[in-house]
Design a protein around this ligand. Sequence first.
Ligand SMILES: [Fe+2]
Ligand SMILES: [Fe+2]
Ligand SMILES: [Fe+2]
Ligand SMILES: [Fe+2]
Length: 414
Amino acid sequence: MNPFKEMPKTEKITYANWSSLAPKPYDKNTTGPYTKTRVILMNGTEFEANWFLHQLNRHCTNNDIRRAAAGVRRQEQQQQKRIAALKPIDETILETTIGYEQLAVDLTAEMAMKEPNPFVKEQLDFALLEDFDHLYRYANLLDMEEGVHAERLVGAYTEITPGRPTVSEHRHPDDDVRRYINNWQDQLITRLHTAIITAAEQQTMNYYMNIGSFYHSDLGRKLYSEIAMIEEQHVTGYGSLMDPSSTWLECWVMHEFTECYLYYSVCADESDPNIKKIWMQHFEEELTHLKIASDLLCKYEGREWNQLFPIADFPSLIKLKSNKEYIRKVMNDVRLTGHKEMTVNINDIPDGAKYFSYQRQVNGSISKVASHNVIDKYIKKNGQDYRFEDKPSAESTLRCRTEDNTVLGREKGK
Ligand SMILES: [Fe+2]
Ligand SMILES: [Fe+2]
Ligand SMILES: [Fe+2]
Ligand SMILES: [Fe+2]
């Protein structure tokens, strides 16, 4: 499938009425976990589409382009509203959060397994273990405060067990800025991966940033604050991978191309017939956006789409599925931290590295760290932590269920 060669149904944008923006929400008890995670993924993709086009509007001196962007953006907003309405009212903030972290885990694993650029793959594996740990922390909070077992929500497709402990993930900002890829040398799948994962992490960052203070307990509010700061690090890390030398119009075309690829992917995968119809409708709309953006590129920069995309056929589609064995293998990386552009074993960074001073500043005493306190409190109440594992953790120091490991990946020699 080359979306540039598909004829959009309409060359002009048509706007939807209010009832079309209010589809029937999914049933939280019967809908599969990967349908829920696809809804989160596409919500984040539409947020990115909107936010990008607002930034373009603010950095463009040509009102014809700004009007075209406003027209497309209005439809991106309508798409976002339709997707957001799929979340049912009875799904709690924390239940939705489990979906966010399951998405982060299984989307990242899916990409990492297929990623040809070794540096990008490294970054995916690196952050994967952090979202994996978030899933475990939130799952303990969910059982403790709402009496819900997260294994029911993740459908047993994703293990719930510690990853790189959240307390160890707090790095100095200098250590999250990575090298960037080269759009002319890297493969299309790499460009897509960096764009998709940045938008997905940004959606998670925004969700925690906005929803954390609506949570009903003090401990939970603190956990959202702490994990939101890690999502900020993830957005920094992934966002810095994208080629920053592209023009605004090139970026616009790439955004629309990415949306086409994602809607085509989720449509192929979707089991819920009502939601599948929405994905198909949005795919058609994205073809129109792609045509509008590539026509502008041609008109104002004199460049055809195939100069940007020498190969424009979609690479293998994104498929959300269980990746338990792959994640167990990646657990070998649990002791990695960031050091400038690289990820390195904690044992190999200098004693004076900024990582350690940042850790001292933000964490101070371990008793003040919410991600630890959630587990500590759960253990005191129930005798052991909440987990959902097929077999004991791949990392032997994380097998103890009666004490939270707060030194792994944070102190040398542990
Ligand atoms: Fe869109
Ligand atoms: Fe996360
Ligand atoms: Fe994340
Ligand atoms: Fe679009």
